[in-house]
Design a protein. Sequence first.
Length: 114
Amino acid sequence: MERLDNMKAEFFKALAHPTRVRIIELLRQGERCVCELIAELELEQPNISQHLAVLRKQDIVEANKDGLRVIYRIKDPRIITLLDLAEEIIAREIAETIALMQGLNKAKGSKEDV
């Protein structure tokens, strides 16, 4: 059980960087070579390659050679579902925070009227 917990932690650590999330978001739209990722992310090639290596190590993305280019794609489409669920959870948290702030502002306004 501990080994599985460690594997899950390593998997989520691979997702725990904004650049890697951006890479996955781009790859959800379709395959990309490193040169396309460089242009879209506006980052240096070594930086992107390091992030791709982390994602490959966790089997989140896979690569295939196409001549001189290396083409990356998402290995398991369920990763998209996982990111979509995270986005839904975050959106709900934001909505709850906004509602709380509005409630506080309304309560503050009521006290000022007294």
